[in-house]
Design a protein around this ligand. Structure first.
Ligand SMILES: [Zn+2]
Length: 404
């Protein structure tokens, strides 16, 4: 529900009646509605009580369509692009940053977490993020402060950069309490074939790289669920890929097995679309179409997709947007810098999988959790093939030099 609070009455005598609400996205659509021919009459007919309980622009339009005989105006209203959310101004080529910030602003409980952090963690990015999220409640927001805090200078703003890199930079610079929901960790076990010794390590991550296209070893290159399973499939290292074993004091064949150390509340998958082409000795973009599942089923944990960051174009000259599901309205929106629109048709209406050749970062939110007791819960998530005991302490980057 929106936090609706009327700050002025509807002035129905004005040529362009205006309705203003504080902290209410509905105010935007009502303002737009008042500018449409016929909107004046429409607003006069609507009771203030009804306006207060309108949740979305769509509800207003539907109500209008039902109750009026002025079909022509109703059709015009229906054709107006609308959104319940506001965008972020991109002054140059910062779409890699605006797309990430849109996702963070729409991630449940993250804005509240940085608001709490901004009171006590002035050295982190929490105050900058909190200001941006507050601005987005009122208007199209600017990102000058955050860009500066991330070390992006005026000379850099026309350079195309990687959204995944800045997703990680922002989370590294956010207070641990706020960023925690994105933190995951794998257990990695390397077994030497010579001496049978097992070396076990924790591998914390903000986003989990997933091979797609030609990089995938065992399964269909277009199926994300199978590509995800590939991460946990044992890998044998032979030939040029052998490891140096301290105990054998020689290069030996080895097997690597991965399992879960800690499953994050928000699981971010990074599709490895930018890969080195060894034959041409240059990076290339893999544009293959991927079957993106709405739900990821795992033992004891189910995840549901709520956002993905898309990359269009080539390696050197492209554009990022974010596609995000609102937990307030239940609708999927396209966030393209300052432009925000409700998607029509909505994704996942034809089934639980959507095809995408542009999806690059996929954000899944944990839908079901194991019973209470975090330590126990994480232990249950660990793949039984890797019996490793660990404190599970996640490493954090020690270099915060880029934060002013
Ligand atoms: Zn060995």
């Amino acid at each position: 529900m929106y936090n609706v609070c009327v700050t002025s009455k509807i002035d129905t005598n004005a040529t362009q009646p205006r309705v203003r609400f504080r902290s209410d996205r509905c105010g935007v659509v009502l303002e737009r509605l008042s500018q449409v021919s016929g909107g004046n009459d429409f607003l006069k007919k609507m009771s203030l009580r009804f306006l207060l309980y309108c949740k979305t622009w769509r509800q207003i339009v539907m109500s209008y369509n039902r109750n009026t005989s002025r079909n022509r105006t109703a059709a015009r209203l229906d054709n107006i692009p609308y959104s319940d959310y506001r965008g972020i101004n991109n002054p140059a080529s910062l779409c890699y940053l605006t797309s990430v910030l849109h996702v963070l602003s729409m991630t449940p409980r993250f804005p509240e977490a940085v608001k709490r952090g901004s009171a006590t963690h002035s050295l982190y990015l929490d105050p900058n993020l909190d200001k941006l999220f507050s601005d987005l409640e009122k208007c199209t927001a600017d990102i000058d402060d955050i860009a500066m805090a991330l070390g992006i200078t005026e000379a850099d703003i026309y350079q195309q950069r990687d959204a995944a890199e800045y997703f990680q930079k922002i989370l590294c610079g956010t207070s641990p309490a706020a960023a925690e929901m994105f933190q995951g960790a794998l257990k990695r076990c390397v077994k030497c074939h010579g001496c049978r010794t097992k070396n076990k390590t924790d591998d914390p991550f903000w986003s989990l790289p997933i091979s797609v296209g030609p990089g995938l070893r065992l399964y269909s290159a277009n199926n994300l669920e199978m590509a995800f399973e590939d991460v946990f499939t044992p890998t044998t290292l032979t030939g040029d890929d052998t490891i140096y074993c301290d105990r054998c004091q020689a290069r030996e064949d080895a097997t690597i097995v991965c399992g879960w150390q800690h499953r994050p509340q928000i699981l971010t998958l990074q599709l490895k679309r930018f890969q080195l082409d060894y034959l041409r000795n240059r990076y290339e973009k893999i544009t293959c179409c991927i079957d993106v599942p709405q739900k990821l089923h795992m033992k004891g944990c189910d995840y549901e997709l709520y956002a993905h960051i898309n990359h269009y174009g080539s390696l050197t000259g492209g554009h990022y947007t974010a596609t995000i599901k609102s937990y307030e309205t239940g609708g999927w929106y396209d966030f393209d810098d300052a432009r925000v629109r409700l998607l029509c048709p909505q994704p996942f209406q034809q089934g639980e999988t959507a095809k995408s050749s542009s999806a690059y970062l996929l954000m899944y939110r944990r839908a079901t959790c194991p019973p209470a007791g975090a330590g126990r819960a994480d232990a249950e998530c660990v793949d039984e093939r890797v019996a490793v005991t660990s404190t599970g302490c996640l490493a954090r980057p020690s270099d915060y030099a880029w934060i002013p």
